[in-house]
Design a protein around this ligand. Structure first.
Ligand code: FES
Length: 109
């Protein structure tokens, strides 16, 4: 079961574990601030925007065209941005890091 780290807007970090469902579901169910999942994972709202650490980006690849069409509306979107609802936990290795928009970690990159 992969352990994943989230950098939050208040500067804190949360470490979560999960192996089924999506990254959005894991984060939303754990109350990670900024992960709303308004469209339920239909790749239609952008309320699950995360930025990937270099290891996660290398493993998962960049946003798909459908994701990019949504991320284009996010001011804080970057080349390492993805929609967490499009990331399955099943294939994630241990130790990846995800940063929420507006976090201090994001500002440092
Ligand atoms: S939950 Fe709506 S785009 Fe991810």
């Amino acid at each position: 079961m992969p352990a994943l780290t989230f950098h939050l807007p208040d500067g804190s970090t949360r470490r979560l574990e999960g192996q089924t469902g999506t990254l959005m579901e894991l984060a939303r169910n754990a109350g990670i601030p900024g992960i709303v999942g308004e469209c339920g994972g239909a790749c239609a709202c952008g309320t699950c925007h995360v930025r990937l650490c270099p290891e996660a980006l290398a493993h998962l690849g960049p946003a798909t065209t459908d994701e990019r069409n949504i991320l284009d509306f996010e001011d804080s979107a970057a080349p390492d941005s993805r929609l967490a609802c499009q990331i399955s936990l099943a294939a994630l290795p241990d130790g990846l890091t995800f940063t929420l928009p507006g976090s201090r970690q994001e500002e440092a990159t």
